[in-house]
Design a binder for this molecule. Structure first.
Ligand code: NAP
Length: 251
């Protein structure tokens, strides 16, 4: 299906764009010529810092506080982007949280927090952009999964389930939207240096590091490179795929 004439600048929405991998994605896409809608949950100072870097790179930037674990937050986010830019070319479902513990100690609250943010948030952000992307006959949706969604991890039943769920979402929605010029893919990072992994106990960090063939943790920009690849106009024939960026963990 042929896309409409390409706009002067494409618009990328990044959930959880204030810090970590999301920040690296915003900066990389801004440098590549996208305008950026940067969503965050509560850390306005980090969001403004990221927005400033993106503006210096020449992007128009909208920061949107919205809780993506609530479908109303997803709708409010996408409505704000449409009002500002009139289009959404790229959606990166990156916002994510962990509440790690063994299943025996898992509470319903910690299950819901992780599934609602990581999986439900992505589903309802996809829903909020899908009609517009179909109308545009153009869209790139990229879901931030994880190596643990493919391989599992003791102590992360809730998180692994959310990340495996994102892969099911990616493949199903890819089939629904392929004929409309909209691709849906997932990136599955391994162990990346962000505040999420800084919070891990030292013993867990050492065990994870020992399982990485490359022998080091990733820089967030190494994950952002994969997002940029899927986001590109020239990647239009690639859909329903999961790209591991994990130093060889999930071969
Ligand atoms: P991070 O540094 O903890 O940053 C999390 C981001 O998500 C922040 O921008 C945060 O916003 C946002 N966020 C959290 N809950 C939200 C909500 N309900 N609504 C909107 N935004 C929300 O995490 P990260 O390490 O960069 O991880 C980013 C993504 O990569 C996550 O999906 C994570 O599961 C995935 N991942 C990470 C690793 C890793 O090793 N780090 C590995 C595999 C996959 P605030 O700043 O406002 O709090």
């Amino acid at each position: 299906m042929k896309a409409m004439e390409a706009p002067a600048r494409r618009v990328a929405v990044v959930t959880g764009g204030s810090r970590g991998i999301g920040r690296a994605v915003c900066i990389r896409l801004a440098k590549a010529g996208y305008d950026i809608a940067l969503n965050y949950a509560g850390n306005a100072a980090a969001a403004e810092e990221t927005a400033g870097i993106c503006r210096e790179a020449g992007a128009a930037v909208l920061t949107v506080q919205a809780d993506v674990s609530d479908p109303a937050g997803c709708d409010a986010l996408i409505d704000a982007v449409k009002a500002q830019f009139g289009r959404v070319d790229v959606l990166v479902n990156n916002a994510g949280v962990t509440r790690d513990c063994l299943l025996m100690r898992l509470t319903e609250e910690d299950y819901d927090k992780v599934l609602d943010t990581n999986l439900k948030g992505a589903v309802f952000c996809c829903k909020a952009v899908s009609r517009l992307m179909m109308k545009q006959r153009y869209g790139r949706i990229i879901n931030m999964s994880s190596v643990v969604g493919l391989r599992g991890n003791a102590g992360q039943v809730n998180y692994s389930a959310s990340k495996a769920g994102l892969i099911g979402l990616t493949k199903s929605l890819a089939k629904e939207l392929a004929s409309r010029g909209v691709t849906v893919n997932a990136v599955a990072p391994g162990f990346v240096g962000t505040e999420m992994t800084d919070a891990m106990p030292e013993a867990a960090k050492a065990a994870t590091l020992a399982a990485i063939p490359a022998g080091r943790i990733a820089d967030p920009d190494e994950i952002a490179r994969a997002v940029e690849f899927f986001a590109a106009e020239g990647s239009g024939y690639i859909t329903g795929q999961v790209l591991c960026v994990d130093g060889g963990m999930a071969m």
